[in-house]
Design a protein around this ligand. Structure first.
Ligand code: NAD
Ligand code: TYD
Length: 371
């Protein structure tokens, strides 16, 4: 049976991308799903073992910066939808290597836009869509006007740590090389809509957590360290606030917006779930210790305050009212449930973590796919 359409998901071997690929491959057997990924250190095809043999799934190893190659892939596969997640994604790496972030996130996005435009524009953009996945970090940082946190504040329309939120009209004010590169890529996507009429949509999401996240990011790194009783490096005083969303809820939002989001629009995605780092870390320790059968408080001494990240944004908080009111999206998981699932997953998938931390996954898939 021929496929209804072909959708190319970039960065599908990464953390969020692998959840999006899995959801699309399983939910839409009528679509052919191409996972296009360069397989950097952050890309791991083991994240997609359960779908790699499905007839509607195809993996292509390619670099989004390789314009000629991407053009060929889009035209030979008749790609009419792009869901673009490929990026360098870790703030700490961007501080030591900003050029790589500009190359992938800015030039890579531009080359993808131009390659899609060359193929789609002659057809009058018929049934095409370019969906760009971005981050709340482009909006900069909010203040901590309630440093101790007030869970009741939401009743008055505020967040526990401050009254303001990032909305779709908040001015861009990125601080890190990562967020500056993502902001630039967002501008290019909107420019392609405004200039050429490309049917684009952009979303800006808060911090994601869940299975298959590379253990350089806070939650998987700390779970792995707790398991091995290694120090937990808390930047500064641990007072920074992040707004956390379970990754499968993000993937569900992407599915909804890809199909029903209005062309040219931006949607913020978040679960109104702000946590001060140090409080979140205490929840991680408590949950991991319980699941590991260790006495409560056994690993509290692992908390180690270290030099703060350069330019560390104080608070992120997303207002996702537009997405809720226009498309009816709400997060499905309570944070307590999501954290329990996540800690349990990393503890039960120690092989995955060992493989990733040792770098063995890179060599295994190089051999398997003769890359
Ligand atoms: P990730 O680092 O886990 O995965 C990135 C993927 O992109 C990897 O598979 C990598 O191999 C691939 N990639 C990198 N450079 C490439 C290139 N030049 N060509 C092709 N593929 C390349 O990232 P993630 O956390 O899954 O984030 C995915 C997207 O979502 C990013 O655009 C990120 O900015 C955005 N985002 C992430 C979060 C979060 O909390 N992780 C929140 C909001 C938005
Ligand atoms: P991270 O997971 O890197 O996401 P982001 O910087 O995109 O928000 O970090 C989440 C928060 O945790 C951020 O405030 C930085 C802090 N953090 C630490 O305190 N120690 C660490 O080792 C890491 C990786 C992060």
């Amino acid at each position: 049976m021929p496929f209804e359409r072909t959708i190319m998901i970039t960065g599908g071997a990464g953390f969020i991308g692998s959840h999006v690929v899995r959801l699309f491959v399983n939910k839409y057997p009528q679509y052919r799903i191409i996972n296009l990924d360069k397989l950097t250190y952050a890309g791991n095809l083991a994240n997609l073992k359960d779908v790699e043999d499905k007839p509607n799934y195809k993996f292509i190893k390619a670099d989004i910066c390789d314009y000629e190659e991407i053009k060929k892939i889009i035209s030979t596969n008749n790609v009419t939808g792009v869901i673009h997640l490929a990026a360098e994604s870790h703030v700490d790496r961007s501080i030591v290597d900003p050029f790589t972030f500009a190359r992938t996130n800015v030039m890579g996005t531009l080359s993808l836009l131009q390659a899609a435009r060359e193929y789609w524009e002659p057809s009058g953009w018929s049934a095409c869509r370019f969906y760009h996945i971005s981050t709340d970090e482009v909006y900069g940082a909010l203040e901590l006007t309630r440093p101790e946190g007030d869970p009741q504040a939401s009743e008055c329309g505020g967040g526990p740590f401050g009254d303001d939120f990032f909305t779709e009209t908040t001015r861009y004010q990125p601080h890190s090389p990562y967020s500056a590169a993502k902001a630039s890529s967002d501008h290019f996507v909107r420019a392609y809509h405004d200039t050429y009429g490309m049917p684009t949509v952009v979303t800006n999401c808060s911090n994601n957590y869940g299975p298959y996240q590379f253990p350089e990011k806070l939650i998987p790194l700390f779970i792995n360290n707790i398991r091995h009783r290694k120090p937990l490096p808390v930047y500064g005083k641990g007072e920074n606030v992040r707004d956390w969303l379970y990754v499968e809820d993000h993937a569900r939002a992407i599915d909804l917006i890809f199909h029903e989001g209005k062309v040219g629009e931006t949607y913020n995605i978040g679960g109104f779930n702000e946590w001060k780092n140090i409080d979140l870390i205490k929840v991680l320790i408590k949950t991991a210790d319980r699941l590991l059968g260790r006495p409560e408080g056994a690993d509290d001494d692992l908390i180690t305050f270290v030099t703060d990240r350069k330019g560390h944004d104080m608070r992120y908080a997303i207002d996702s009212t537009k997405l809720n009111e226009e498309l009816g999206w709400t997060p499905s998981l309570q944070f307590e449930e999501g954290i329990e699932k996540t800690v349990r997953w990393y503890l039960e998938n120690q092989d995955w973590l060992d493989n990733v931390t040792s770098g063995d996954y890179l060599r295994y898939y190089e051999r398997m796919y003769k890359l």
